[in-house]
Design a binder for this molecule. Structure first.
Ligand SMILES: NC(=O)C1=CN([C@@H]2O[C@H](COP(=O)(O)OP(=O)(O)OC[C@H]3O[C@@H](n4cnc5c(N)ncnc54)[C@H](OP(=O)(O)O)[C@@H]3O)[C@@H](O)[C@H]2O)[C@@H](O)CC1
Ligand SMILES: Nc1ncnc2c1ncn2[C@@H]1O[C@H](COP(=O)(O)OP(=O)(O)O)[C@@H](O)[C@H]1O
Ligand SMILES: [K+]
Length: 509
């Protein structure tokens, strides 16, 4: 089993399976054997034993149900009492035969006296549920029909703290496999055993939260296509971070220009510049109305115009403020004509030119992205914040299409979209990070990375997306380091950056 880093769409997985199935490789046998192993391990952890425990197997019409039935048969062979709930009239034939041979019992959902409620009681009382209702054949929109009712009832039990431990087969049933949506009944899992490689729903919000711990079973699939969605892991930071060579000087390490803060919102200027300085940029050049305050808090910062390698624009900036607007527009001049990379956040999002390149990274939260789409897109792009939250990958992609920029969409899971279909989903941030000013810290941190790597960004249009995902990872780790398991202030996140980066570079995180 390997960690979840790369995910492939259902079509990519099917294409990879095809040649193996054609040559008779027993993929389902491998999948169900691994699945039964995970279920047995969990039973041992829950009950202290495997034999004598009770497992309910939920069986849909497809091969996902087949995996579950074969795994159920293996468990029954080890002395587990197995009840299989058949959610369709026709289920995987040889899987069903194997289960019955091994002594497993079956109920047909809908035919049971007492209806779905009675079946939910049986399933709810099991030690462990194997969810084989839907896998990569799911059409989205949640689990339909009587199985959907069963899933809803089990969800209510789980919400009340009483539900059984759930092991999802390949995916939690009901999620949108490729888009990570959650648009109907979904059976939340404690563990998801996924086959061949992860699927986008296991990394993307909101579906990813339904997966619990994800374990990838290597089936030997030739998954050599570009992954659909990637999650960077701590070890990837060393390859992205601008570590200064021995002969570095401050200009080779990059100068970041910052347009942030106003008299009304001075804190944003302090947080952005603090984060950039502590992320180790060569120099920060601050342009704005609160230079006195910024320099008092961060004496390293210089003020006034001059050459920069990259920009962070927008935190605490109001587009109605004429002076700030002029400074942002002047910066966009260099961004468009000289290709200077930039982070465009908050107030500067309203001032973005019609079309930019991927060297510009937009960092909206869902509300800001909804506004941007409404202003720049057609009628179908006028969606509320909730629609962005329900389908973050889709709408971040749309914003990339409309603007040409790399898009980092902030949230509990941060989604990044760049050119050539690259997409990342980073989930390191503790919920404590949802606090005012945290976004300003991210904008300063990412600006520092872009300033140091401006030449590389010029050569590789997909690099800003990787750097943005790396910044989200570092940001999340810094929040955790600032106060593990407890509240954090944005400034404390910035202050944790030096030690966080050192730990990540040393492989200690
Ligand atoms: N290929 C292999 O050898 C291997 C495959 N493997 C396993 O196979 C799984 C894929 O199997 P699969 O392709 O049979 O699809 P699967 O997800 O079981 O369900 C399709 C059925 O569900 C139905 N359905 C769809 N949406 C629905 C909804 N919302 N609510 C209710 N029903 C819905 C749909 O009906 P339809 O909508 O078409 O009328 C159809 O009948 C994969 O995830 C992995 O576990 C592994 O063993 C490795 C080897
Ligand atoms: N529930 C959550 N769990 C973890 N991180 C979160 C959550 N909600 C928001 N965040 C993170 O907190 C930061 C908030 O940024 P933002 O909304 O721009 O705030 P501000 O504008 O006040 O700085 C982002 O990095 C975002 O990804
Ligand atoms: K499933």
């Amino acid at each position: 089993m390997s960690p979840v880093l790369l995910s492939w769409t259902s079509a990519q997985v099917r294409a990879a399976e095809e040649p193996l199935l054609a040559s008779g490789v027993p993929l389902m046998e491998r999948a169900s054997f691994a699945l039964a192993g995970v279920a047995a391990r969990e039973l041992r952890a829950l009950r202290g034993r495997v034999a004598g425990s009770r497992v309910a197997v939920l069986v849909g019409a497809g091969n996902n149900g087949g995996d579950a039935l074969f795994a159920g048969a293996l468990l029954a062979g080890r002395g587990v009492r197995v009840d299989a709930v058949l959610a369709a009239e026709r289920v995987h034939e040889s899987g069903l035969a194997a289960l019955v041979r091994a002594g497993g019992r079956t109920v047909l959902l809908g035919a049971e006296p007492g209806g779905v409620g009675a079946v939910a009681d049986v399933v709810g009382d099991a030690d462990l549920v194997v969810d084989g209702l839907l896998g990569i054949g799911a059409r989205g929109g949640g689990v339909r029909g009587a199985a959907g009712e069963l899933v809803t009832l089990l969800g209510e039990r789980r919400a009340g703290g009483g539900g059984p431990f759930v092991v999802a087969v390949d995916l939690p049933s009901g999620v949108g496999v490729d888009d990570g949506t959650r648009a109907g009944p979904v059976l939340d899992a404690d563990v998801t055993v996924t086959f061949g490689g992860a699927k986008p729903a296991l990394l993307l919000p909101p579906a990813a939260a339904a997966a619990g711990r994800v374990e990838v079973v290597d089936l030997g699939l030739p998954l050599d296509a570009q992954p659909a969605v990637v999650r960077l892991e701590p070890a990837d930071v060393a390859g992205l971070w601008p570590v200064p060579p021995p002969d570095a000087h401050k200009y080779t390490r990059g100068v970041l220009g910052v347009v942030a803060g106003t008299r009304a919102y001075p804190g944003a200027a302090v947080l952005v510049t603090t984060a950039a300085v502590l992320a180790g940029v060569g120099m920060v050049r601050y342009l704005g109305d609160v230079a006195d305050l910024v320099v008092a808090r961060r004496p390293e910062v210089v003020t006034g115009t001059g050459r920069v390698q990259a920009w962070t624009l927008g935190p605490g900036v109001s587009p109605e403020d004429a002076a700030q607007r002029r400074r942002v527009e002047h910066a966009f001049d260099g961004i468009v004509h000289r290709g200077e990379p930039a982070v465009v956040d908050a107030g500067a999002l309203d001032l973005l030119p019609a079309h930019v390149g991927p060297h510009v990274v937009l960092t909206p939260h869902a509300g800001e992205l909804a506004r941007l789409l409404g202003e720049r897109g057609g009628r179908d792009d006028r969606v509320p914040r909730e629609a962005v939250e329900a389908e973050p990958l889709r709408w971040a992609r749309r914003a990339h299409e409309l603007t040409g920029a790399t898009v980092l969409l902030k949230g509990a899971v941060t989604v990044v979209v760049g050119p050539h279909g690259v997409a990342y989903a980073q989930a390191e941030a503790p919920p404590w990070l949802a606090t005012a000013g945290a976004g300003d810290v991210l904008a300063g941190l990412l600006g520092a990375m872009l300033a140091a790597r401006d030449a590389d960004v010029h050569d590789d249009p997909t690099l800003p997306a990787a750097l943005a995902a790396g910044a989200a990872l570092v940001h999340g780790h810094a929040a955790d380091r600032a106060n593990p398991g407890g509240p954090v202030a944005a400034r404390a996140v910035a202050q944790a950056l030096p030690a966080t980066v050192a730990a990540l570079l040393a492989g200690r995180s």
